[in-house]
Write a protein that binds this ligand. Sequence first.
Ligand code: PLP
Length: 482
Amino acid sequence: MTEQASYHMTAAEFRQHGRAVVDWIADYMEKVESLPVLSQVQPGEIRAALPAAAPKQGEAFATMLADVDRLILPGITHWQSPNFFAYFPANASGPAILGELLSAGLGVQGMLWATSPACTELETHMLDWLVAMLDLPQKFLSTTNGGGVIQDSASSAVLCALLAARERATQFATNQQGCDGRLIVYTSSQTHSSLEKAAMIAGIGRAQIRLIDVDEHLAMQPASLAAAIEQDRAQGLIPCFVVASVGTTSSNAIDPVAAIGQICQAQGVWLHVDAAMAGTAALCPELRWIHAGVDLADSYCFNPHKWMFTNFDCDCFWVADRAALIGALSILPEYLRNQATESGAVIDYRDWQIPLGRRFRALKLWFVIRHYGVEGLRHHIRQHVALAQTFAAWVQADPNFEVAAPVPLNLVCFRHRGGDALNQQLMDQLNHSGQLYLTHTRLRGKLTLRMSIGQTHTTARHVVSAWQAIQTQAETLSAAAD
Ligand code: PLP
């Protein structure tokens, strides 16, 4: 047989170009602070600069990499800039990026234990490590009836939890016959919109979500929850799922999980705790109060891809009763049958998530945890929390501004006293300047700015400059309005 022509990249070429890419990323890390944080391009600008059709002949790698600088970088909003204070962080770090690269290099599809035992076992082990690192309840350990799994996102976690709750509430009949329309879900108005989407996907319907009142700190009122559940039961409905938030997206409000959990236990309703961003804080013993009551949860999730230096995507999700989750999601077609699965001695994570296929995400988590160590992670989380508290104190001390919600951790909700229009202009102008990036929410009807501090390389210097920019811009706007 003659050797066939090949267009593949050889190992030698990969070595050469791979080094160039790593150098490119290291250069990016060094210069990202100087780039405009929010991309300044107009809609369609990036596409207009791209060739209309795919190349017929392969191109040189150096040309591609040069085009990343020329065509792509202008259209990047720099989430990894230390001046990124928008939304919640999606921070990253050297060890996480390298773990991701190795995962791509191995190219593993870890749907079953048998399709790469290390992919499954490292994941199980990392999720057990994290139970100890965050001091989560022992019932989430893989050595119990529970266990943890990595999902792509907190949105997938809440959907999986809802499906398990739905099946538990209907003795696994819904998967067979479809929804009977009596299932009810409870949460507060402050809960992330992913629950609404999950209710749509799960066939429960958004009209079946009861939005429970919040108190003056924007945390769910347990008495209102109890009353709503009672009322629904009296009408023959089936309360099935409650979501409590540890750190809401708008304001980082922390629901009273212990009181909510007692109601859920008494009523036999599944409690899911969503700590997508804030959960990372529990690495620090002095911040573990945020998890009070999580021992009463049926499921819990947090996102290392938000605040724990692990690049997107990586959501850690635990259940107390893995049988409920697996019972809701498991199917076993003939082509996936194998001895390890039949033996019952292994975990097949395909049964713990929506898709069949899955990436080797545990590798980057392993690298992050080993690179920083628990103490290293705590050090940086404490710094972010301290910076946010300092920022809140500056806001409070300025008569033109007010802090708009409690600041339990690393998010400061604040506003200029000049009203919505001024705050909108202030935010738009700051973001347009490229110097920093802030986003907003609406709290009790008022436009509110959010200073979210959690990017890997944010230090006091960046927060000082941000506050100076905010004050200066606000003075200019107020003077123009006078
Ligand atoms: N839950 C909370 C509290 C969030 O803040 C977010 C996103 O910011 C989500 C869920 C959704 O996260 P993901 O992008 O991982 O689905």
